[in-house]
Design a protein around this ligand. Structure first.
Ligand code: 5BU
Length: 476
């Protein structure tokens, strides 16, 4: 099959669409090539994979056969698979988002450092997506020299990739596609004028460098230093408290009777920096509980964290925070907030936070199986924290990502020495793993401590494990 025949076949299966389409870059285009439909035409798909392979290895520019081909979900994945099977080249797959749990691989498949990978994409516009793929492949030690696409939309990709040391091979360009459609009478008149004008206007789209890969990195500053950088006053207070008391253990006091919680607080208070409550699970709650808990908190020098997980519109969370039976803003030093309602939710807390100089903890990641707080959602929560430093004191997360700045306190639930999980989706990691490998600041332990027959002895063990993990890190 030659290129003209291929283009006409693609047109026949409706892969070429004319109209008004928003591209990933935000640009509105009068022509859109949707190669996803090729999965319905297996013969054509096989030919496409072969033509792309030939383009790279018969042009003489590529350096030998690659060790691996890399498919990017979704459209290019079947193409890369076809190439991999036909030429017996193993494949790796670049996930769109790293999984939050399990093996947490960004690149799936077996490979070794230094392997050369041929990146297979369906089409390129500006080259931004390809650069993201290459970045992720490089981050695990793989090298990329050649990129093959079926279609080059000729909007700057070739130049951008060249600047990044990458050779672009394309089976056909947008110009060739359009010429074939014109010659066969499938594109004419006003639509043709629109397409031509669009291509001319968007010839060179410059691409900003892709954002850094989401890697887990350690902070090189001690809590004392971070207390000085923190903007929210409660973040400063907590960093200083941890540094002076030498504990980064928080306990989740998920008991349903107020006296049981007070007993627990009294017994473990000397070991912790924070006591976390779910105030609405207490069956015999009344205001005396708060004053009793506050007295224990000031005696043992720990802060009170109400894990309310606010998630409504600003106006409603204002009521939920300041009013009702619990009047949380009056006593909680920190509360958790979901981002599903958008960043305007922060407005609902502004008055209440002033009462106590307290802070918000945004839920960037959760410990439960199948949590949807991953990928772009997590990034948005980090951004929300960075844009609201006065109100936001930290994040609830499972790992310290590069974009999490040192002013934020990072707290991690889902911690136990001896269990991998419960029957209701909770997943556990050890204190050492969370503090040393995942680089967060505070472990939150619930059942691991309050269900133990000796909560105090157990709290001492958790405290030692997480503090020693913190002390064993490298600081400036
Ligand atoms: P556990 O008994 O250690 O599993 O208790 C963990 C506590 O942390 C419990 O109060 C949860 O509500 C809380 N939690 C959590 O487990 N996972 C999360 O992602 C968030 C909070 Br956010």
């Amino acid at each position: 099959m030659n290129v003209q025949e291929l283009v006409l076949k693609l047109n026949d299966i409706d892969a070429v669409k004319l109209g008004e389409f928003k591209l990933k870059s935000g640009i509105i285009s009068p022509i859109y090539i949707d190669l996803r439909v090729t999965v319905s035409s297996p013969q054509l798909l096989a030919s496409i994979a072969e033509m792309m392979y030939q383009k790279v290895y018969c042009s003489g520019t590529a350096q030998g056969k690659p060790s691996l081909v890399c498919g990017v979900p979704y459209t290019a994945l079947p193409i890369a698979t076809g190439m991999s099977i036909a030429h017996d080249i193993p494949m790796v797959v670049r996930r769109k988002e790293a999984k939050a749990y399990g093996t947490k691989q960004l690149i799936e498949g077996r490979f070794k450092e230094g392997d050369n990978v041929l990146v297979v994409e369906d089409l390129v516009t500006s080259g931004a997506s390809v650069l993201e793929t290459v970045r992720d492949l490089n981050s695990v030690g793989l090298t990329v020299t050649d990129v093959v696409v079926l279609l080059d939309r000729q909007q700057g990709a070739r130049e951008t990739l060249e600047k990044n040391g990458l050779r672009l091979h394309s089976v056909f360009t947008m110009e060739e596609l359009i010429n074939t459609l014109i010659e066969s009478g499938k594109l004419a008149g006003k639509t043709l004028d629109l397409v031509k004008a669009f291509l001319e206007a968007n010839r060179n789209v410059t691409v900003p460098a892709p954002a850094p890969a989401p890697v887990v990195v350690a902070s090189n500053k001690r809590f004392e230093e971070r207390a000085k950088i923190a903007v929210n006053p409660m973040a400063t207070k907590l960093f200083n408290l941890m540094a002076s008391k030498k504990t980064n253990l928080a306990v989740a006091a998920d008991l349903t009777n107020k006296q049981e919680i007070l007993n627990l607080a009294e017994s473990i208070g000397s070991e912790i920096c924070v006591l976390k409550t779910h105030i609405d699970i207490i069956e015999d709650y009344d205001q005396t509980f708060i004053s009793a808990l506050e007295a224990i908190a000031s005696k043992h020098n720990f802060l009170i964290f109400e894990d309310r997980k606010f998630a409504d519109i600003g106006n409603t969370v204002k009521y939920q925070f300041e009013n009702g039976v619990y009047q949380i803003s009056k006593w909680a030093h920190m509360v958790t907030v979901h981002g599903v309602a958008g960043s305007a939710i922060i407005e609902g807390f502004k008055d209440g936070l002033k009462q106590n100089g307290s802070g918000l903890l945004l839920l960037a990641q959760m410990s439960s199986k199948g949590s949807m707080c991953v990928g772009e959602y997590t990034n948005q929560m980090i951004e929300m924290a960075n844009n609201n430093k006065e109100q936001v004191m930290g994040l609830i997360c499972q790992e310290r990502l590069q974009s999490m700045t040192d002013n934020l306190v990072l707290m991690t639930p889902g911690v136990q020495f001896n269990s991998t999980g419960d029957k209701m989706g909770q997943q556990y990691n050890t204190p050492e793993y969370i503090i040393k490998e995942k680089n967060t600041d505070i472990i939150i332990v619930g059942r691991g401590i309050y269900q133990n027959s000796q909560p105090k002895t157990e709290a001492i063990k958790y405290r030692a494990a997480s503090w020693n993990a913190y002390e064993s890190k490298n600081f400036n």
